[in-house]
Design a protein around this ligand. Structure first.
Ligand code: BMA
Length: 823
């Protein structure tokens, strides 16, 4: 099979409603070059027909793009040899309400951007010039028409008509993103020449309970089989040795062949072992000629979602066990990295996912309001050893479930599960984001009802509890399916079973972040605190006269409902800052870092060992951003890391330390997340704010493996204005630190803690201070990679960090109340 990528010579224009499509396509007016794959926004920006939608308030000025229809045209030449072959057009993704013509003949109507389409066009193509034409009608108008016909449905975020359309839901605007209703061939368009092809390749792997054997069950499906068509199946082990080969003639449509591998090399999440992958290659051939072929990189791992009663608490666990090792799944939620996803480079993906790994995250959840990510995303997760929780694309809404919608969803689910199922990183398919939550809020959810869901006020249960699990069971039987995030059975806010979204902090109750531990779940799949993007990122989109915290443009770049107000409350509770953008950025970021660390620290403390894994995971909302914005992200859209990613990294490190201050006493604990027990020395010290040592104590302790260890607390009588520090040493090396400060921080005096930085070889730095220093943030003009940052320093306890790429660049240093100490 020959595949011709149709990615050159595309043009686009606004539809002229006065003309028929075909007449419009032949008129010479209004065409601009259009990148394909891509959407109309990229074309309009490149042609300078619209300003950059992310800049200033421009989002408001480009909304008209969504209200009109667009025409795409591609002219391509075929030789006689090409034109005489069986041919099909393959559209990997059309966004969204599209009709396609080839050489004047209509060949396709499509209304789901997540369903790839293949249309046989052997009779429509010809030698010489051919023309492909696609009309994209306004998704907004189409959705409004469906809504007028079938009724308005409940939503959180975006225009409610989005629920009727199978289009990325965040395009309609979200509480961290602008509304940009894209239209266009957003994924590649290909002309396939030749009939016989490998139309599907599946290879579920069954792993023995003790991981001693793995059975690779290959099914290769061949379409349009000709005489003498055969299939060759080959499997290589991670060392690159061919370990199995099988050849067979294809009679009917598919070939099934199982390969048993003894003592397989396992795929592990990072930190637990290597990310071994097997390579499966399948070739379809006839008379020595290869007609089609495909390769898959596969991983052998045993995944269990353990839901078992706890020893001395209500409910049951929700924990991931990989290769029989229970793992605390610290991690983050992922949103699409842009509105115009074709701008996201492979390097951009790599840097975001590598940052997650560097902060010891184990799991990434692909949230249901975005897109099923590109193949490269999952390849990276496979390589890096990140686990993926994959939502189906439904978010925050009371979705319909009429027959046409169900049919479209089924086609979408089958296509996406088929595309992604071989990735070892994907451990769970999840029905939706927060659709049980909104249904419960609307009193539409009765867990005990099991009849015809489509007749109820929560019809989409048909999708989450019947359609999707059925698709997963048939197409990806070895991966777990979970109905929703969150889902807890009868009550979606249940703290004792299933997963939970903890928005008691920030949204609903606006509870103090120090209370995060109270709002636990057996697995907290969302929680978050906002902060500003890095100052240079904000400056890139905020005009000079608007560069202050409460300006219209700054608030436009915070999409959370009441976002600026909520942020002001949390800041007011926590610390003091000057009314400049620079101070606002530092203050919000420090507050976010403290809040998120408090959550992870409190919940990981509940990783109590066998029978006591009371909290088994926490995924922060959200890892990344899709434009320059004040949001819950911990890495901004320009890939500048916010301080929180470092405070989180310390809480999720293989060994982490925790201190909880209760007036004049403290509680201490150490999480040993490794699978070996460790002999540790725990050093506790106390200092006053002048840097005077108040006490010092060493405790020898054997840290049990893979659990939190409470450390017997010394009897202290701490003065109010003092800081307690803890260092955990294993083999004489500090492996974890914690410090407990008097709170709220806003009552602390502003002073200069006398920080000094000594530069050493290989961009290593030693940082120390004379007085206790909180939130020490090191920054350079060019973004560099810090091994750690946002440090809490105590006298006589210098910290070493590596700043790759630092060289001789000057370092700007901020700390808690730096702005007031200087004035
Ligand atoms: C969640 C998500 C998103 C939202 C976020 C912040 O629960 O599922 O819908 O962006 O909260 O409000």
């Amino acid at each position: 099979m020959q595949k011709l990528a149709l990615q050159q010579a595309w043009q686009a224009k606004q539809r002229d409603p006065q003309r028929t499509v075909l007449a419009d396509s032949t008129s010479s007016e209004g065409w601009i070059a259009a990148p394909v794959p891509g959407t109309i926004y990229e074309a309009l920006i490149a042609a300078e027909r619209i300003p950059d939608p992310f800049d200033g308030l421009n989002e408001l000025a480009v909304q008209w793009v969504a209200e009109v229809d667009w025409l795409y045209r591609c002219d391509f030449e075929l030789t006689a040899e090409q034109a005489n072959q069986p041919a099909a057009l393959h559209f990997a993704g059309l966004d969204t309400i599209a009709t396609v013509w080839i050489n004047g003949q209509e060949i396709l109507n499509s209304d789901n951007m997540f369903v790839p389409q293949r249309v046989v066009v052997s009779n429509q193509i010809h030698v010489g010039a051919n023309q492909l034409l696609i009309e994209f009608r306004s998704a907004l108008k189409h959705g409004h028409a469906l809504q007028a016909e079938m009724g308005q449905l409940g939503v959180w975020n975006g225009d409610p008509s989005r629920l009727y359309l199978r289009k990325a839901q965040y395009h309609y605007g979200w509480d961290w993103g602008p509304a940009l209703l894209t239209a266009g061939p957003w994924l590649p368009v290909t002309l396939e020449l030749g009939a016989t092809r490998l139309s599907d390749l599946a290879c579920p792997i069954s792993v023995a309970d003790d991981c001693s054997t793995a059975i690779f069950a290959v099914t290769a499906t061949v379409a349009d089989v000709q005489a003498d068509t055969a299939v060759l199946i080959q499997l290589w082990n991670p060392a690159g040795e061919l370990i199995a080969e099988h050849q067979q003639l294809v009679v009917a449509g598919n070939i099934q062949h199982s390969i048993t591998v003894d003592q397989p090399s396992l795929w592990w999440p990072h930190g637990y072992g290597q990310q071994h992958r097997y390579r499966l290659a399948v070739k379809v051939f006839a008379n020595q000629t290869v007609l089609d072929q495909q390769e898959l990189q596969l991983g052998v791992r045993r995944v269990r979602l353990v839901q078992e009663p706890l020893l001395d608490e209500a409910g049951e666990t929700f924990l991931f066990e990989i290769n029989n090792v229970p793992m605390f799944s610290g991690g983050a939620n992922w949103i699409p990295a842009d509105l115009l996803t074709n701008r996201v480079s492979n390097e951009h993906y790599r840097r975001l996912l590598q940052a997650a790994v560097d902060s010891h995250m184990l799991m990434i959840r692909i949230w249901g309001g975005g897109i099923y990510e590109v193949d490269h995303f999952y390849d990276l997760c496979d390589q890096l050893g990140l686990l993926v929780w994959q939502d189906f694309m439904f978010a925050c809404g009371m979705y319909p479930a009429h027959p046409a919608f169900l049919a479209s969803v089924e086609a979408e689910a089958i296509a996406q599960v088929q595309r992604l199922r071989h990735h070892p990183s994907i451990v769970l398919w999840c029905g939706n984001n927060e659709d049980y939550q909104i249904a419960q809020t609307f009193n539409a959810y009765d867990h005990s009802f099991q009849g015809d869901f489509t007749k109820t006020s929560f019809p989409a249960r048909e999708i989450y509890e019947r359609l999707l699990p059925k698709v997963c069971a048939s197409y990806d039987p070895t991966t777990i399916y979970w109905p929703g995030s969150p889902y807890g059975g009868a009550d979606v806010y249940d703290k004792t079973r299933g997963d939970r979204h903890t928005w008691d902090v920030w949204h609903s109750a606006m509870a103090p972040y120090q209370d995060y531990p109270k709002y636990e779940g057996r697995f907290v799949s969302e929680f978050g605190m906002e902060s500003c993007a890095a100052l240079p990122t904000l400056l890139s989109v905020i005009p000079e006269h608007e560069r202050y915290p409460q300006s219209r443009t700054v608030e436009h770049h915070n999409k959370s409902e009441g976002g600026a107000r909520r942020l002001a409350v949390y800041l007011n509770d926590t610390l003091r800052f000057e009314n400049t953008l620079e101070s606002y950025v530092y203050a919000t970021q420090l507050m976010q870092a403290e809040a998120l660390a408090a959550a992870y620290r409190g919940w990981r403390r509940r990783w109590g060992g066998a029978g006591r894994y009371a909290v088994a995971g926490a995924l922060v909302w959200q890892l990344n951003d899709c434009w320059p914005v004040i949001s819950w992200a911990i890495i901004d859209s320009a890939l500048r890391k916010k301080p929180a990613i470092y405070s989180i990294g310390r809480e999720l490190a293989p060994i982490s330390a925790g201190l909880q201050r209760n007036g004049a006493t403290i509680e201490a604990w150490v999480v040993n997340g490794t699978i070996e027990s460790k002999s540790a020395t725990i050093q506790l010290t106390g200092y006053d704010l002048h840097g005077r040592l108040l006490f010092e104590q060493n405790i020898e302790y054997e840290l049990a493996a893979n659990q939190a260890n409470p450390i017997p607390s010394p009897n202290l009588n701490l003065p109010e204005q003092s800081v307690v520090g803890m260092q955990v040493l294993v083999d004489g090396v500090v492996v974890a630190r914690a410090s407990a400060w008097p709170e709220p921080f806003k009552y602390l005096p502003a002073y200069d803690p006398q920080i000094s930085v000594t530069r050493m070889a290989d961009d290593w730095l030693e940082i120390s201070s004379q007085h206790p220093a909180k939130g020490v943030w090191l920054q350079t003009e060019a973004e560099i990679n810090w091994s750690d940052n946002l440090l809490d320093l105590l006298p006589n306890q210098p910290q070493r960090i590596q700043a790759c790429g630092l060289g001789q660049q000057p370092i700007d240093i901020k700390w808690l109340h730096w702005d007031q100490a200087r004035t």
